[in-house]
Design a protein around this ligand. Structure first.
Ligand SMILES: *Cc1c(COP(=O)(O)O)cnc(C)c1O
Length: 381
């Protein structure tokens, strides 16, 4: 059966037909001049997206592979890692440290809040054995943003690396790796970059490479030094997912054409309008410091979250995300990343109103949509 599925989930996100068709081209070999040129261009375009002159490594694997590679390659097990845990993904990086026997100190943040730079500074003052901080820029499980620029001001003047999970911020939210002084940044293909799942991109800066030289990581496939060495020759250490890389080149060329600042502005506009719509519908935001790449709102009392999401999909083809961990069944989440526009988002709001109405939530049909349009109209001028 042919049916329209509209992905409004914070990963995976929709992939434009042009990119899908590009990836339908015959598979080429990767030890060729053509692939070398492709890899070089993808790398340069990623450097532009992340505002860095450091090499950006392309890894076959999901976003987790990229972050795991950064942690295991750059975090010296002789020191400790400060893991900022304000949601599912923050917790995951502590689990990675655990899995590799890297000592970690956990900074537990109330879910829905960003990491407090002052608290990070106190942790570093208290424990000089901490050699790296891992923070999630946009915590997708809660929809909360952390002020990574302020955190970098604390780490960059100390002998402490800053590794940033930018999986739902790279390519959609303001992020300037070099100017801010971040040491490593990880992104995934299926979030803001308009690609299917399967690639992770990791930028690693000078300080982190230097730290990486002091020890041998407990990794083989994800020892990022191998990727850096190959990339210097426009090559990949292992067979790259060249079909996905072909798509990546097209997506990144498109991002350059539109302009990264324009994409940041669009993402912010969609998020602001969605928040306005939710407020008008009586749906309370989950995050105290909301990220513009993903909006999380509480499911109203008396509404069955599973039924809501199920009907969004079965009746309107709209896939949204629920909550993870303790938030399962309690929140819903919408993405504003990548190939999503005003009309897609307006459609999701309209569908949400119809489903909430059917499930017995009291609302005025059109109230959310009107608030959404008001906000868009203001921002468009
Ligand atoms: C999606 C996501 C991840 C994990 O990525 P996978 O591609 O599922 O491995 C990590 N961090 C954040 C913030 C994410 O949104």
């Amino acid at each position: 059966m042919i049916r329209k599925v509209r992905l409004m989930t914070p990963g995976p996100t929709e992939v434009p037909a042009e990119i899908l068709l590009e990836m339908a081209q015959p598979v080429d070999h990767h030890r060729t001049a053509q692939y070398q040129a492709l890899l070089s261009e993808v790398t340069e375009l990623l450097q532009d997206v992340l505002f860095t002159k450091s090499p950006v490594l392309s890894i076959t694997g999901s976003g987790t592979a990229g972050m795991e590679g950064a942690i295991v390659t750059c975090c010296n097990p002789a020191r400790k890692v400060l893991c900022c845990r304000g949601g599912k993904f923050g917790e995951r990086w502590a689990e990675v440290c655990e899995a590799f026997g890297i000592a970690h100190v956990d900074y537990d943040i109330e879910w829905g809040h960003g990491a407090d730079p002052g608290a990070i500074a106190r942790h570093l003052d208290d424990d000089p054995e901490i050699g790296a901080v891992v923070v999630v820029h946009s915590e997708t499980s809660t929809g909360a943003i952390s002020d990574v620029e302020a955190i970098a001001r604390i780490t960059r003047d100390r002998d402490v690396l800053l590794l940033v999970d930018a999986i739902t911020s790279g390519g959609c939210l303001p992020l300037k790796m070099d100017a801010w002084g971040i040491d490593a940044v990880g992104v995934g293909s299926q979030k803001a970059l308009m690609l299917p799942p399967g690639l992770a991109f990791v930028a690693v800066g000078e300080r982190a490479w230097k730290a990486a030289e002091a020890f041998t990581p407990s990794a083989y496939y994800l020892d990022l030094k191998a990727y850096r060495k190959s990339l210097a020759k426009s090559d990949a250490p292992y067979t790259p997912a060249n079909t996905l890389m072909r798509g990546a080149l097209m997506a990144l060329r498109h991002i350059k054409e539109v302009g990264i600042e324009a994409i940041w502005a669009r993402t912010a506009m969609l998020a602001a309008a969605t928040r306005a719509a939710c407020e008008a519908l009586g749906l309370k935001p989950y995050a105290a410091s909301p990220s513009d790449s993903v909006t999380a709102v509480w499911v109203p009392d008396g509404v069955d979250e599973a039924a809501l999401r199920k009907q969004m999909r079965s009746d309107f083809g709209i896939q949204i995300a629920g909550g993870q961990g303790d938030l399962k069944g309690r929140i819903i989440r919408f993405s504003h990343m990548g190939y999503t526009d005003v009309i897609d988002t307006a459609g999701a709001i309209a569908a949400l109103e119809l489903v909430l109405h059917k499930l017995g939530h009291t609302l005025t049909l059109g109230a959310g949509l009107a608030a959404f349009q008001q906000e868009i109209a203001i921002r468009r001028g």
